[in-house]
Write a protein that binds this ligand. Sequence first.
Ligand SMILES: Cc1cc2nc3c(=O)[nH]c(=O)nc-3n(C[C@H](O)[C@H](O)[C@H](O)COP(=O)(O)O)c2cc1C
Length: 170
Amino acid sequence: MLDVIKDRRACRSFSNREVEDNKIKEIVEAGLLAPSGMNRQTPVIIVIKDKKTRDELMKLNAQILNRDMDTFYGAPVIMLVAAHKDGLSIYDGAATIENMLLEATNQGLASCWIHRAKEELELEAGRRILSFTGLNFDDYVGIGHVIVGYPTEGYKPAPKVIKENRVFIK
Ligand SMILES: Cc1cc2nc3c(=O)[nH]c(=O)nc-3n(C[C@H](O)[C@H](O)[C@H](O)COP(=O)(O)O)c2cc1C
């Protein structure tokens, strides 16, 4: 397990190689199996494979950040995690996302946690893009996106340096 945890790194350059459906399914399953406060299972996972929808959501995400760039770094599959407000939504959603990132790594995929899902769900433009879910977005808070795919050839993140003085044992 620790090997997978060590292997998981934020990828910021993806190729357009398609992601196999069985891998997406297992990442989603990992997310659904995450712990949640009082087992309320508040998170929902919105998987976006459709290129047009992906690009629309990316443009909105970049607009929220006020940057003219692909904030999904070319990743072909975007999984937006939102959580029902009736529960420990942010904690539940974060646990879901981390499970998904680790399973993506386990599947040999590159991934990254991308922010600004909260704003997307608050904005009318985001609600329109995600209207295919039929969700009432007044009841959900956007937590984040898990973007997945295969890295561009030769992509290698800098080695991770763990900050000191973060563990206390008596
Ligand atoms: C809550 C949260 C939000 C993040 N949002 C973004 C983001 O919007 N864009 C991005 O490139 N990386 C984002 N990241 C990834 C972090 O920048 C990355 O995890 C951090 O730099 C550590 O690198 P590592 O994941 O390779 O260990 C986010 C991570 C977390 C936990």
